[in-house]
Design a binder for this molecule. Structure first.
Ligand code: DQA
Length: 145
């Protein structure tokens, strides 16, 4: 079972970026923990981060032939990107949307997600644990379907 984990814009800055909201853990530390968790659960995790919407779209398109599912934190593109939504739909892959913060208790513009309506599930507000919960949920879903 192969899972692709996609981090959107500004998530390369985790650890330095608004630590009161996003915590002190770096992206590298998150990815290392996700890799270990995936292996413990009998899966393989691969990682991609980009600040560019088009690169994220292309990566989702390419994932179709190689991966069984995707965890994505689309960052700010969550709230703006019809293109990422369409790429998810056309990939046909199960996708879990994960957010470190609870976007529903923040600014109004974060209350709208273009991704949620095409996601298998959404996890928001558990800090970096949102990724781990999402990975567990996705692997369980793939095992049962
Ligand atoms: C985020 C929430 C988004 O609104 C924000 O633009 C991010 C991070 C989160 O993980 O909480 O970049 O996706």
């Amino acid at each position: 079972m192969k899972i692709l984990i996609i981090h959107g814009p500004n998530l390369n800055m985790l650890g330095k970026r608004e630590p009161d909201i996003y915590g002190a853990t770096t992206l590298e530390e998150i990815n290392n923990s996700l890799k270990k968790l995936a292996a413990d659960l009998g899966a393989e995790a691969a990682f991609f981060q980009s600040n560019s919407e088009g690169d994220i779209v292309s990566t989702i398109q390419d994932a179709m032939s190689e991966y069984d599912g995707i965890i994505i934190n689309p960052g700010a593109y969550t709230h703006t990107s019809v293109a990422i939504r369409d790429a998810i739909l056309s990939s046909g892959l199960p996708v879990v949307e994960a957010h470190i913060s609870n976007v529903y208790k923040r600014e109004d513009f974060r209350q709208k997600s273009y991704v949620s309506g095409v996601a298998l599930g959404v996890i928001s507000g558990f800090g970096v644990n949102s990724y781990f919960l999402g990975l567990k949920g996705l692997i369980e879903h793939l095992e049962n379907n």
